[in-house]
Design a protein. Structure first.
Length: 557
């Protein structure tokens, strides 16, 4: 096993093992709520929890925090499972649900009532908030705080039996309404929800709060280190209080800084808005930061893991540039993606001095970073396609590609010179007439003349047609939520975040590409075959070739 990366959480755990805490065991978990798809921020938590379990030869659980039936769906449960598996985190046979523990949680709630540490409250949600007070002022006790143990037990049992309407009563812990931490001011443990649960159906109509279910679920599963993000730091005293009052196995909660990424929103609530309002095509739209969307766009688990290693684990909140994520992706795809020729905006080229019926094949490298991938044959014929922006009729001084009277190299093939331009009525180029030099086949000119540009091409006779979707960042600002008062963050959505190109021309080897296959279109970027592909291939642009992060790092060094 390679030495684990050092961070403050691993240092804490290593010290716990040294001191014999938990008998030297390490047992972590990832506890998502199935109310949406996981995003790149969740990937940090998944890989951290699983990585720690691996590093210390421990165990890792996947547990769904399914305590809110009104927002949870089986679709989300299934999506979470796919995403965690795809990232490489193996929970083996340890797939659990908070709903597995509903009966035990309820029995513990009755136990706290019997100890005088919980009570049934009739205040509305708005009144509970008003009574809680502020950071500057203490809260007020609920008028129902001093009900007898017998009355509280009776009311809780009737709540469970379904006698009361939604919102009419809650079960609250009896702690301290003057506590400096607002989470300790008699927090809600149960609320009434007459809703169908995706696993328990109609069996329950009261559901535990996150704070009541979370720590006890950790305890039941024997979790040793409950690792969560910093927003739960203020909840830790309550986590500890519940476990201490019950006198059960007590995991240690440790918080770390969540992942914040430029040009991205990480709130599942906001992501749900994007989906429901049609700003994107679904949770797995490649413009979204969900793991499902990244996978569909062509990201690899290895790239995401590399990115998380670069980000590290700290207690300090920060914002990470999305360019770092894209750098990790390019580094990985550069090693694995096969190179292919693809013309996205085709311009027809006729080589006038090339034999009409002649077909040649040229040897093309599959991946210069991986010689084991070998080479392939690409066909060449009289009529080709090149990129429209590789030609200019009146080029500026710094344009070195094809122009009238100018010669360029066709990748793997010949030197060609533009001798004529066929135009439409508006003066737009419809076709280029070129000549080729047969003496330059696959190499330089024998007379020593040089060209300043090499462009890619596809044989018209052999090309396959494809749809190519060019994805850009979904938002135009690094902080999408940075808007003037009274304005919507959705005004920062990039109207050009998706451009669809039809009738792109690809080399014939791509006819057999399958959904999920990743390739580099030479000079254009990295692309992935979309699941929408049928007889006609659909490719998503994963990322372009320009690595601004690497360039910035070189400057800094």
């Amino acid at each position: 096993m390679n030495e684990a990366p050092k961070d403050f959480i691993r240092e804490i755990i290593a010290n716990d093992i040294k001191m014999g805490k938990y008998g030297g065991r390490v047992h972590t978990r990832f506890p998502p709520e199935p109310n949406g798809y996981l995003h790149i921020g969740h990937a940090k938590s998944i890989l951290l929890n699983y990585g720690i379990a691996q590093d210390f030869k421990g165990k890792f659980n996947l547990r769904y925090d399914d305590t809110n039936p009104e927002k949870e769906e089986q679709e989300y449960v299934d999506a979470i499972k796919r995403d965690v598996q795809w990232l490489g985190a193996a929970w083996e046979d340890r797939e659990f649900y908070a709903s597995d523990y509903f009966e035990q949680l309820y029995q513990w709630a009755e136990e706290l009532i019997k100890k005088g540490q919980a009570y049934v409250c009739d205040l509305s949600a708005e009144e509970v908030t008003a009574y809680r007070g502020t950071l500057q002022t203490p809260g007020r006790e609920s008028p129902y705080r001093h009900r007898s143990i017998e009355e509280n037990l009776d009311l809780l049992r009737r709540m469970r039996a379904g006698e009361f309407p939604d919102g009419s009563k809650t079960l609250r812990a009896k702690i301290d309404m003057a506590h400096p931490n607002l989470n300790m001011r008699d927090p809600v443990m149960y609320r009434i929800r007459h809703a169908t649960h995706h696993r328990t159906g109609e069996r329950w109509c009261i559901y535990p709060s996150y704070d009541w279910a979370h720590g006890q679920s950790d305890s039941i599963e024997g979790i040793t280190h409950s690792i969560c993000t910093l927003e739960f730091e203020d909840h830790r005293p309550l986590y500890d209080w519940f476990l201490d009052q019950l006198g059960i196995h007590h995991p240690q909660q440790i918080e770390f800084a969540r992942l914040n990424l430029t040009y991205t929103v990480m709130s599942k609530r906001l992501l749900l808005q994007l989906v429901q309002e049609g700003h994107v095509r679904g949770w797995d739209d490649p413009r979204m930061p969900t793991i499902a969307a990244l996978r569909r766009r062509g990201y690899t688990p290895e790239a995401i893991r590399d990115f998380m290693q670069r980000v590290g684990v700290t207690k300090v909140e920060s914002i990470v540039e999305i360019e770092m994520l894209e750098h990790s992706l390019r580094q990985d795809l550069n090693k694995r993606a096969l190179r292919r020729l693809a013309v996205l905006d085709p311009l027809r080229v006729v080589i006038t001095n090339y034999p009409d019926d002649q077909i040649e094949e040229f040897e093309a490298i599959n991946n210069p970073e991986d010689p084991s991938t070998g080479t392939r044959k690409v066909p060449f014929s009289k009529v080709l396609y090149i990129e429209r922006d590789d030609f200019m009729e009146n080029p500026p001084k710094d344009f070195y590609r094809l122009a009238p009277g100018r010669e360029v190299r066709l990748r793997y093939a010949y030197f060609v010179k533009c001798v004529d331009v066929v135009k439409d009525a508006q003066g737009n180029a419809l076709e280029l007439r070129c000549t080729y030099d047969p003496a330059t086949r696959g190499g330089d000119a024998p007379d020593g003349r040089k060209v300043k540009a090499t462009i890619h091409w596809v044989s018209a006779q052999h090309a396959i047609e494809a749809e190519v979707r060019l994805y850009e960042r979904l938002f135009t600002k690094p902080d999408p939520l940075d808007v003037p008062e009274g304005r919507s963050w959705k005004e920062n959505i990039n109207p050009n975040s998706l451009i669809v190109l039809q009738n792109c021309k690809l080399e014939p080897s791509l006819a057999d590409a399958q959904a999920g296959d990743r390739v580099q279109f030479e000079r254009k970027g990295y692309f992935c075959v979309d699941p929408d592909s049928t007889a006609k291939k659909v490719f998503n642009r994963t990322v372009d070739l320009k690595d601004t992060w690497a360039k910035l790092q070189r400057k800094q060094n």
